[in-house]
Design a binder for this molecule. Structure first.
Ligand code: A3P
Ligand code: MG
Ligand code: MG
Length: 366
């Protein structure tokens, strides 16, 4: 077993943030309303301001919910890479050291300041380390969801339905815009963006769900895309809620930073799930905003620091490359609790244990 020490993170990883690249989209894919993979942008949604004072519980009993207990590995991401490589006639992973879901990178980036543990599986193949979530761990640590928890989870999806259209607003009819409160909420449909990015000397391909686009895709593909992340949160009426919200913001920020999503739109709701207000935040400005607010209110240091998160990630990825590059078999990356160590150890001598698909391996052999 090899270990990466994460104690004293705040001082060890302080300073100006290491060189990071602006994420550049290389391809995208959709899941349709039955969660069938499509290599297109058919499930991309367009942001359009929702009405306030709407009940986010409306339609809860008709929710079409994706069963996320099955292990989807990296399957659709790998399929999208095969599709891209076929189209472009070249490998998509030249200079790319890591391929993973955005969710895995969010977990890594937030290690210095959040409590959650994780387990991931990693394999090395033709110069690149592929990382997936260890689904058994995910299922075993998932807490019991009671009726209120299920309803609150629905509120998030309902907010997405209320805030988006399937086409740009100028193509949508009044009926479509006003009828959004009655649209069936279905979280099987998703749109995912795949970007190439970098932390220090590590090149990465990261894929993640994107909730919507602010306007439309730019004519010039070199220009950044105005994607939007939608979130709901409890209205802030006490100091405790303020502290909770600032903690949550770290995850919101990391998630959006990783894919280069420039805007986060937060729908604040009350305890009964009534949408009360909206706030539009620029992802890039969030760490500074929190720092300034803490200084202004004499609250002491902020609960997290973006530069530390970035530097930590850069250092950890560099170390992980050293541990896994050129190695056979399947490896586990495990983080059990805050302030301990990230452990990396081999769980299988050979093979890929489902981390890589037969289809991807066969394509690469061609
Ligand atoms: P909120 O984030 O507004 O609560 P995402 O914001 O990542 O696009 O996720 C969309 C919604 O999925 C969330 O909306 C939340 O309702 C639900 N969701 C995401 N992760 C969840 C989890 N671990 N448990 C329960 N619901 C979750
Ligand atoms: Mg989403
Ligand atoms: Mg969202």
């Amino acid at each position: 077993m090899q270990t990466f020490d994460v104690t004293d993170y705040a001082t060890r990883f302080a300073g100006k943030s290491s060189a990071i690249k602006r994420p550049r989209e290389i391809t995208y894919f959709s899941y349709d309303e039955d969660h069938i993979l499509r290599h297109d942008e058919s499930s991309l949604r367009y942001y359009y301001t929702p009405d306030l004072n709407v009940d986010l519980s409306q339609g809860y009993s008709n929710f079409i919910k994706h069963d996320d207990s099955t292990d989807e590995h990296l399957d659709s991401l790998l399929d999208a890479l095969v599709e891209l490589e076929r189209k472009e006639g070249k490998s998509s992973t030249d200079g790319v050291h890591f391929v993973t879901w955005r969710g895995m990178m969010t977990k890594i980036m937030t290690v210095p300041f959040l409590e959650d543990g994780f387990e991931m599986n990693a394999v090395f193949h033709e110069g690149t380390i592929f990382i997936e979530e260890n689904n058994l761990y995910k299922q075993s640590t998932r807490g019991f969801q009671d009726e209120r928890g299920a309803r609150m989870s629905f509120w998030g999806y309902k907010f997405e339905t209320l805030s988006t259209l399937s086409k740009t607003w100028d193509d949508a009819t009044r009926e479509e815009i006003e009828g959004r409160t009655n649209d069936i909420v279905n979280n099987k449909a998703q749109y995912c963006s795949i970007v190439q990015t970098g932390f220090g000397d590590s090149g990465l391909i990261i894929a993640g769900e994107v909730d919507a686009i602010w306007d439309c895709r730019p004519m010039n593909p070199a220009n950044p895309i105005n994607y939007v992340e939608l979130k709901t949160s409890r209205q802030i009426t006490s100091m405790n809620q303020q502290i909770n919200f600032e903690k949550k913001l770290q995850r919101f920020w990391a998630q959006s930073f990783l894919l280069g999503v420039p805007k986060i739109i937060i729908g604040f709701r009350d305890d009964y799930g009534i949408l009360k207000s909206l706030e539009i935040k620029e992802t890039q400005g969030i760490p500074t905003e929190i720092r300034k607010a803490h200084v202004a209110q004499g609250l002491g240091p902020p609960p997290w620091n973006g530069n530390v998160a970035i530097n930590f990630t850069t250092t950890f990825l560099e170390w992980l490359k050293g541990v896994l590059a050129g190695k056979d078999g399947v490896w586990r990356i495990r983080y059990q609790q805050r302030g301990s160590q990230i452990e990396v150890f081999q769980v299988q001598d050979t093979g890929y244990a489902g981390v890589l698909t037969d289809r991807f391996l066969a394509w690469r052999k061609e």
